[in-house]
Design a protein around this ligand. Structure first.
Ligand SMILES: [Zn+2]
Length: 274
């Protein structure tokens, strides 16, 4: 497997592959006293979940609600948060923003939320989310290919639906390589590689050389389990985001541009078809 070594620059944080700017506790499962109070993150085990039922566990400021379980991705690692709708009985609320507050996903609604204890159903804006899952997976393909073919590591990245950009320590990048990179990433789409998610006990994750190189040792001590995402044969990351199940779902990838951000740092842009 080809996982680029840690190459982040911001002191003290562990940038794995640019898809995740820092170790975020909410990406991992907690054991011990906090368990049971924390929101169950349904998207971590099943990224294909579009609807779910839940109970409001807390109402917070600015029309925010915490749920006992959620399929809404709260954002992180370069992947924007989900949007959608919350329904209780014959009332519905737009979910206008989701973000983590004290590690818990808070769903911000368009008006006064239902009270704590209310049974609700959540409905993800699926078109947008699925586009983000394809884009996120395309970014793994790009960083896997760039590392495998050029030995260049990722330092950052960001995405919108169907558009992404990634920064690499890639001194030899130049215009002539764009076509070769585009061909190589599309080859990995056509190779239809399975995308496998695992949740490993901390000790087990610590024994995977690829993950050790990505500074897993910076993982906070109360994190008991690590979620990994593998494009089988191409890329392995500790990662909390949502991805498609097979690289073939990404569809054709266009490398639309690249920019020099200095002698060594290069930014590469990609786009997908609708
Ligand atoms: Zn990812």
């Amino acid at each position: 497997m080809s996982v680029r070594p840690y190459a982040g620059k911001s002191g003290g944080t562990a940038e794995i592959n640019g898809l995740r700017p820092r170790w975020d506790k909410a990406f991992f499962m907690h054991k011990g006293r906090k368990r049971g109070k924390m929101t169950e993150l349904l998207y971590q085990n099943d990224a294909s979940l579009r609807e779910f039922s839940a109970t409001v566990s807390e109402v917070v400021e600015n029309n925010g609600v915490v749920l006992d379980r959620t399929a809404f991705y709260p954002g992180g690692g370069g992947q924007p948060a989900d949007l959608g709708v919350l329904v209780a009985g014959d009332e519905s609320w737009q979910v206008t923003k989701v973000k983590r507050v004290n590690g818990q996903p808070v769903h911000y609604l368009d008006r006064r939320p239902p009270e704590a204890g209310t049974a609700v159903s959540g409905h993800i804006d699926w078109q947008r989310r699925y586009q983000l899952m394809r884009t996120h997976t395309a970014m793994h393909i790009l960083c896997g290919v760039i590392w495998r073919d050029y030995g260049a590591s990722v330092t950052g990245g960001n995405m919108d639906p169907l558009k992404g950009r990634m920064d690499f320590e890639f001194e030899t990048m130049h215009q002539d390589l764009v076509a070769a990179i585009e061909q190589a990433v599309n080859h990995e789409v056509e190779a239809a590689r399975p995308v496998v998610v695992n949740i490993l006990p901390r000790e087990e994750a610590f024994q995977i050389p690829d993950l050790i190189r990505t500074k897993i040792n910076l993982l906070p001590e109360d994190i008991a389990e690590v979620r990994t995402v593998e494009l089988v044969g191409l890329d392995l990351q500790a990662d909390g985001g949502t991805h498609v199940r097979n690289t073939s779902e990404v569809g054709p990838i266009r490398i639309t541009d690249y920019k020099s951000k200095g002698k060594i740092n290069k930014r590469i842009y990609l786009e997908l078809n609708e």
